[in-house]
Design a protein. Structure first.
Length: 369
């Protein structure tokens, strides 16, 4: 851990986003793992000592087995259990943590887990998906309330996965309607619910519209995870009734059967502008990066994203900061270790870290320390 903090210093990083793994600190319901909590506290002290701002995420898709076994995010007591976890995190690690992110990409967790059925719990049930959506909103509200009680002055947000979605043909009304539907579902349904205090979601075959206590006013910033731009076409024969295609630009190496979108910097600017118009909250780019095994695209991507942020700030958008995804190559869910996002390349056999393409660009553009 100390070595990785030194790597952050080497590229002049002044902030670090990490996750607190719930199953590590509470492997058995109601029993805290003191050793695990001590290690997270040690990380926060290491970061603080190096002049690096800690940003902690409470839920990055994974759940303790005891929570998953009784229904996961759809379980009636999930919000209360998650709120208890958040309170403990705030008590133990606040005020050393400057930014708290309650949930990472909740719409992704809901849609891929409960509509597509590709991630746990591998359901394909729109009605259950709406319950997951509401459960995640209630859990965020419970966590925000608990964090403010345990760590007064905490700044709290959600990391939202946001993509630029445009009609494939600007002459086709169907493509405009399809792009608008996917845009509202994927990008804005969750933050709109947090803003309005009301869960609203429409899926083919199910919908929800209900008030949730504690949502309105529960965030202090808008977390924006940005990777892709897609063109959207109405496709009645497709499973989701829409078809996504990538445009020109830097192309991620994520691969798989899904289309892999491009990452133009102007898309990030447009998304920040839309988020600012909707919510008038400071924006943190909580993730920006690219799967780049050859190391040739990461540097241009970083330059473009910094330019987008500078353009946004010049227009009056309050952009608080940028977190590059990632420091070290990560485990990318169902794709395993193959996609390489890290500013440092990880050798899985020796665990050695070596600078990857783009690390020099990050260091050159980072603010002076």
């Amino acid at each position: 851990m100390a070595e990785d903090v030194a790597l952050m210093k080497a590229i002049r990083a002044n902030a670090y986003r990490f996750s607190i793994e719930w199953s590590r600190v509470e492997p058995v319901e109601g029993t805290w793992n003191e050793e695990a909590w001590a290690r997270y506290a040690f990380l926060v002290r290491q970061l603080r000592g190096a002049g690096i701002t800690p940003a902690a995420t409470l839920l990055h898709f994974t759940l303790p087995l005891w929570m998953a076994d009784r229904g996961g995010v759809t379980a009636p007591d999930f919000p209360d259990r998650f709120g208890r976890f958040a309170a403990e995190a705030g008590r133990r690690l606040g005020p050393g943590v400057d930014l708290w992110i309650t949930l990472n990409e909740p719409v992704v967790q809901m849609y891929v887990g409960y509509v597509l059925g590709e991630w746990p719990p591998q359901r394909k049930d729109p009605a259950e998906a709406t319950r997951a959506f509401a459960g995640l909103l209630r859990a965020h509200a419970a966590a925000a309330r608990a964090l403010r009680a345990a760590d007064p002055g905490a700044r709290i947000g959600v990391a939202n996965n946001v993509m630029l979605l445009e009609p494939r043909s600007r002459l086709m009304v169907g493509d405009w309607l399809a792009a608008g539907f996917v845009d509202q579902l994927w990008n804005w349904s969750f933050p709109d619910a947090v803003r309005d205090g009301r869960a609203r979601l429409r899926l083919p075959g199910a919908s929800i519209d209900e008030r949730i206590d504690g949502l309105a006013g529960s965030v202090d910033f808008f977390g924006l995870n940005y990777y892709f731009r897609y063109f959207v076409r109405l496709a009645p024969g497709a499973p989701d009734l829409v078809e996504l295609t990538a445009g020109p630009g830097l192309r991620s190496e994520l691969g798989g059967t899904e289309p892999v979108g491009d990452s133009p910097p102007e898309a990030l600017f447009l998304l920040m502008r839309e988020a600012w118009k909707r919510y008038r909250l400071p924006i943190y780019v909580t993730e920006g990066g690219i799967a780049d095994d050859e190391g040739t695209m990461r540097g241009p991507l970083i330059r473009g994203q910094v330019e987008a942020i500078q353009r946004g700030r010049a227009e009056g958008i309050a952009v608080g900061g940028y977190f590059h995804w990632t420091l070290v190559d990560n485990f990318e869910w169902e794709k395993g270790y193959r996609p390489r996002f890290g500013l440092y390349r990880l050798d899985r056999q020796t665990l050695a870290r070596t600078p990857a393409g783009g690390a020099d660009v990050f260091a050159a553009l980072a603010p002076p320390q």
